[in-house]
Design a protein around this ligand. Structure first.
Ligand SMILES: Nc1ncnc2c1ncn2[C@@H]1O[C@H](COP(=O)(O)OP(=O)(O)OP(=O)(O)O)[C@@H](O)[C@H]1O
Length: 910
């Protein structure tokens, strides 16, 4: 473990907050501010540090692995303290937020010199300027550039629920109706980092629990913030409109949720509001419904391991901008159910698949377009710097290029819309181009952001300042000559300003006439003595003045530019959106060409016909290893009379490792990709809009929630059987695996019947229970398919081909051998299997008897060949069929005669 490090890389650190036993004025101020923020760690600004005290310090020191110290006393007790340097506090903030803390940032609101004017004991004015919470971050350092950071708010009015979600860092704002039962899937889709819920009494903890399950921080917000009328007014004020109708008709629950979100942002940003875009209302059923378990199973945006790597999202991501990547995640998380919308997206992709030069030109320009949305937000919040203006300048330059390039083409609607968003920013772009240097600094106070020639006053001040430096140098040369001391230097520090320094050996010369008339002694150090002159002081004043005048001028120009940019915020947001849309379309086109994907046909009705389908993630993984993926078809379309179509349920059997799970998933992923607006890995795809996607593929123990594998499996299966409607696509893999064979088989059996008869939706059902194939005789929609394998010299070879029919055996033992189980175990398993199969053929308790009879140690120590199973003799078969306990003595005697007769007839071998 890393050793404890005190975060002390800043120069000065202020004195003790408290001296002695009495409460000092500073401590009184601290305690007062802290009392208003009991739930947050208080970052209390003292000079170059943010200090934390008492319990805050203990928690932060542990979380950040920095040293915990003690300073002064409060009411007789030591005060615990730790601190982080102000200039590098962002990294520490990020760590604390990631660990679930909230932080109140308390700044000095005046210069300490101002406070001193009020008296020796006066305390510098301080107050909290911002609450940092997971859902309200804006700094690049604290955010993942390629992911949205959602703050969600869940409001309920008279039993109706609504969810609002806002990305404070980009201003994207959405709302949708959402009953409580739909909250889990919605949160799973949005993956918000913080969810606001109404503060409740102790009895109602259900909502908090539901949020916690998704891994987001649940923040209870006082009831007052949820009032729908207050919310309406707040929103009207925010958007500067008399009525919200222009943005849509919102229900009271929707208003409540949106209002609470905005109130919370106002609270945490202390009145500095980010640029919130007008709310977009998501129609009910506008997006494919996908619950949390299905998302996990299909690894839509996160792999099982928790990271992005290995997910569908990362496999299909060819975007080159952060905003494009965020849009991609939004689309993959919520594939559309609106055919016109999907078609419009696909038209844009198709245009770029067909015109590769255009696509490459777009991507080249996009690569040079920096992030604009988050830069805008920081500028709006007063947290932006020259670099943010530079980002907007550069992005607009590319927007201009792109608009021009797109102007030469016949374009589908989406690309035309994008072009319109990109046009008309020339004036602002030129203003920024002229005003800023090529690589502007991060902070305006660092100076050097504004280009020479942009402003007369600035140029003048700069000239004097820079000339001043030259004058200092020539003054130094003059003094060195005059005093005859070559080593004489003019230096600068924050305490003395400019001063003349000579070594102690030379000092005497200057302390005596005639030099002592010009050189005024200021300070004697070990080994050096410092002087000044009237001339130097004058020069210093002039230089200093020029420097600060230049900086003031830069600030003034920066402010003016900032205002100009913010005045055009809506148009800039549209341009940012257009860039993201182009990036996404070009990215989808790129992967379609690269991997030979095809445009899916999205139809009315419930077709699901995939020809030559592949798994988008597995295919790429195999490719990297130089192997190829075997494409497979799938047809789940309805058949039969129009009024009572039989929806086929595919029952897929096949050995382990044959590719069942891969096949199941690939069909679900193709549906999700198609409706997200992408091309799909198939030769042809016809899909009737899927409005719900369910997948239950292999269960993992959920010990944290106290549920066993089997329980998780059953809960998820129940959700599917209860919810899947006619437009659903259901993928079930090995239902019932987690329990005893017969229980599992019965549950799988009944589940299959329910899906076929009641849910009547497109279903793919993979199972190990070959017995289920018998249902094909009775369920008219059931079609059996199997993964083809070939046996060769006792080895099993997987062909990865889906074919009609049922698997004859499992090949589990062969697969176990491939996995490297010791040969002795494999041989023994084969014996047991043979015996069990034998017993099965003979029925009843025979199997058990046979297993018990197997010589236990025959397999060890040396591996041996399994004996060929002998067919049962007639006598043995007869014996296997009896149960002695149920026989009368008379029947037993009859049996003995019967067996003896059989032996005489020679029925001893098979
Ligand atoms: N169509 C295919 N073409 C090529 N390789 C494939 C194909 N499908 C699957 N595979 C390979 O086979 C491996 C096993 O596939 P999968 O996990 O889908 O098998 P399974 O039948 O579900 O096995 P189990 O029953 O043990 O879960 C995969 O990791 C993949 O590398």
């Amino acid at each position: 473990m890393a050793s404890k490090t005190q975060a002390t890389d800043a120069p000065t650190r202020s004195a003790d907050p408290s001296a002695g036993g009495a409460v000092t004025p500073m401590m009184a101020q601290y305690l007062e501010i802290k009392s208003r923020h009991p739930d947050s760690l208080l970052f209390y600004r003292m000079g170059d540090f943010y200090e934390l005290f008492f319990e805050d310090a203990v928690q932060a020191a542990a979380a950040l692995d920095i040293a915990l110290t003690k300073r002064g006393k409060h009411l007789g007790e030591d005060i615990s303290m730790c601190g982080v340097p102000a200039h590098s506090h962002e990294g520490y903030l990020a760590q604390l937020i990631r660990k679930g803390f909230r932080v109140a940032v308390c700044e000095q609101l005046e210069d300490p010199a101002e406070a001193k004017k009020r008296g020796y004991k006066a305390v510098v004015k301080r107050d909290v300027v911002r609450l940092v919470t997971p859902g309200t971050l804006t700094e690049d350092a604290l955010l993942d550039a390629r992911r949205h950071n959602h703050l969600a708010a869940y409001g309920e009015i008279r039993g109706e629920g609504a969810l609002a979600w806002l990305d404070v860092s980009t201003g994207d704002f959405h709302v949708a109706d959402c009953p409580r039962s739909g909250l889990g899937p919605m949160l799973a889709r949005l993956a918000p980092s913080e969810v606001l819920i109404p503060e409740t009494t102790d009895e109602d903890r259900a909502l908090e629990g539901q949020v916690a399950e998704t891994g987001a921080a649940a923040t209870p917000v006082s009831r007052a913030a949820w009032d729908s009328e207050g919310a309406r007014q707040r929103l009207e004020r925010l958007f500067g409109v008399k009525a919200l109708d222009a943005f849509g008709g919102f229900s009271r629950a929707q208003l409540s949720a949106m209002g609470a979100a905005i109130a919370y942002v106002e609270l945490t940003q202390r009145g500095q509001l980010p640029l919130v875009k007008p709310p977009v209302q998501e129609p009910a059923g506008g997006a494919m419904r996908i619950d949390a378990a299905t998302r996990r199973n299909l690894e839509l945006t996160r792999a099982m391991s928790g990271g992005r790597e290995g997910s569908l999202l990362s496999a299909v991501d060819r975007t080159v901008t952060a905003a494009g990547a965020r849009l991609l995640e939004t689309r993959i998380s919520a594939p559309s159910t609106d055919r016109a919308e999907i078609a419009a997206r696909l038209d844009a992709v198709q245009a770029l698949v067909e015109d590769r030069t255009l696509a490459q030109d777009l991507r080249d320009a996009l690569r040079q377009a920096p992030e604009m949305e988050r830069a805008l937000t920081r500028l709006a919040l007063g947290r932006g710097g020259p670099r943010d203006l530079g980002a907007i300048r550069d992005a607009l330059a590319q927007a201009g290029r792109l608009a021009e390039r797109l102007g030469q083409e016949e374009l589908p609607e989406r690309l035309q819309l994008a072009r319109q968003g990109l046009e008309g920013h020339d004036e602002l772009q030129i203003t920024l181009e002229d005003a800023l240097v090529a690589e502007p600094p991060f902070l305006i106070r660092d100076g050097g952001a504004i280009a020479p020639g942009a402003d007369e006053e600035l140029d003048e001040a700069r000239e004097l300042r820079d000339k001043g430096r030259g004058v200092v140098a020539s003054l130094q040369a003059k003094y060195a000559g005059k005093a005859g001391i070559n080593a004489l230097k003019i230096k600068h520090n924050n305490v003395l300003g400019y001063f003349i320094e000579v070594s102690a050996a030379h000092a005497d010369k200057l302390l005596k006439p005639p030099h002592s008339e010009d050189f005024i002694h200021r300070q004697t150090m070990a080994g050096a003595v410092r002087f000044t002159t009237v001339e130097l002081s004058d020069l210093e004043a002039r230089i200093l003045n020029a420097g600060s005048r230049a900086l003031e001028a830069e600030k003034r120009i920066f402010e003016a530019l900032r205002e100009q940019v913010l005045a055009e915020a809506p148009a800039l947001a549209a341009a940012a959106r257009a860039l993201a849309e182009l990036d996404l379309s070009a990215g989808f086109a790129e992967i379609a060409v690269e991997l030979d994907w095809t445009r899916p046909q999205i139809e009315p009705g419930r077709a699901f016909v995939i020809e030559g389908g592949r798994h988008p993630v597995v295919e790429q993984a195999l490719r990297r290893q130089g192997e190829s993926f075997v494409p497979n078809d799938c047809d789940l379309s309805a058949e039969g009379a129009d009024d009572a179509p039989a929806l086929p349920v595919w029952l897929l059997t096949g050995p382990n490792m044959a590719g069942k799970s891969t096949y199941l998933r690939q069909n679900a992923l193709i549906a999700a990709l198609a409706q997200a607006g992408a091309y799909v890995p198939a030769a042809r795809a016809r899909i009737g809009v899927v409005d719900q996607l369910f997948s239950r593929v292999g269960a993992a123990d959920d010990l944290a929630r106290g549920r066993s594998t089997f329980m998780v499996e059953m809960v998820e299966t129940a959700a599917i059987l209860n919810q899947a409607g006619p437009g659903a696509l259901v993928i079930l893999d090995e239902i019932g695996r987690g329990t005893a064979t017969y229980d599992g088989l019965s549950i799988a059996w009944a589940t299959l019947e329910h899906l076929h008869d009641a849910n009547r939706c497109r279903t793919l059902f993979a199972t190990h229970y070959h017995e289920l194939t018998a249902l094909a005789d009775r369920l008219k929609g059931l079609r059996c398919a199997t993964m083809a394998v070939r046996e060769w010299q006792g080895e099993v070879i997987f062909l990865h081909e889906v074919r009609p029919g049922a698997a004859d055996r499992s090949y589990g033992v062969q697969v176990a051998r491939l996995a490297g189980l010791p040969p002795s175990v494999i041989d023994r398993a084969r014996e047991v299997l043979d015996a069990l199969e034998e017993g099965d053929r003979q029925g009843g308790g025979k199997a058990r008897a046979l297993v018990d009879d197997l010589p236990l140690f025959s397999a060890a120590p040396a591996p041996r060949k399994a004996p060929a199973p002998a067919a049962p003799s007639g006598v043995e078969a007869r014996l296997g069929a009896i149960s002695p306990d149920e026989m009368t003595p008379r029947q037993a005697l009859d049996l003995v005669y019967e067996l003896a007769a059989m032996l005489r007839r020679g029925e001893t071998g098979g």
